[in-house]
Each structure stands twice: as structure tokens, then as C-alpha cells.
Write a protein that binds this ligand. Structure first.
Ligand SMILES: [Cu+2]
Length: 138
């Protein structure tokens, strides 16, 4: 019985050591093949009763930005201008462009959007147009 437990422990240790080696070589491969297009940076904008934070936010082209509602009230991020929502040039979405959550986010809910177009993109809270923000895509 003791032999089996020792063997199990040895197997686990070897397995963990093997994983570490695997991770190291993966990291090297990833960094050497990084072309700079898109990226894995997480951009999170919090929505509170004060509005959007951080704003302005500068990201690289192809980045995904996530809005998360930290407020008890619902908030609806969407491209400027209200009510047409058509400043962001990608078509689609529900009103005037693809840059539109298309619904109110409840407390704790999040919504993500990938910015493929370079430029300075203003947006607003469709439920409270006095709250607005800015994404700069470089
Ligand atoms: Cu609106």
C-alpha cells in the first residue's frame, strides 16, 4: 500500500515538472511569433453611477474592450451619437452601428466589443445620455 502511494506521489511530481517545462517552451514560442497584431491585453471599463471609467481609453487596433456594470441601475453602452448610434463605421448591431450593446446591462453583467477601426470613438449610455466615454484606437 505504501509503495502504491509513493508511486502516485512520484507520478504527480513528474507530471507537474513536465507541465512546467512545457509551459516554458510554449511561452518562448508565443513571444517569438508575436507580430504585434491584436493582443491579449484585457481592457475593462467599469460602469458606475458616476459613468464610465477609465475614459478616455487608448487601445491598439483589433483590441477587445469589456464593459462591466458595477451599478444597481442598468446601463447601455453604445456608439455616439444618440439616438442614431452611427458614428462608429462598422455596420450591424441594432440601431446604427456594430458598436452597441443593444440592451441594458444589469448589475454584474458585461459586454465586449472588438475595435477593428482606428480612430477616436465616442460613446454614451443609451439610458442616460449625460454619461459618455471615449475609446481611442491606434
Ligand atoms: Cu443612445
Amino acid at each position: 500500500m505504501k509503495k502504491i502511494i509513493l508511486l502516485l506521489i512520484l507520478t504527480i511530481v513528474l507530471f507537474i515538472a513536465g507541465c512546467d517545462l512545457g509551459n516554458q517552451s510554449n511561452t518562448e514560442t508565443a513571444s517569438s511569433s508575436n507580430t504585434g497584431e491584436g493582443n491579449d491585453v484585457l481592457y475593462v471599463i467599469e460602469i458606475t453611477s458616476e459613468g464610465f471609467s477609465p475614459s478616455p481609453l487608448t487601445v491598439t487596433q483589433g483590441s477587445t474592450v469589456t464593459w462591466i456594470n458595477k451599478d444597481a441601475n442598468e446601463h447601455w453602452p453604445a456608439s455616439a451619437m444618440h439616438p442614431t448610434h452611427a458614428i462608429y463605421p462598422e455596420s450591424g448591431g441594432c440601431i446604427g452601428s456594430k458598436f452597441d450593446a443593444c440592451k441594458g446591462l444589469k448589475e454584474g453583467e458585461s459586454w465586449s466589443f472588438t475595435f477593428n477601426e482606428k480612430g477616436t470613438w465616442n460613446y454614451h449610455d443609451h439610458f442616460d445620455v449625460s454619461k459618455f466615454g471615449k475609446i481611442i484606437v491606434e
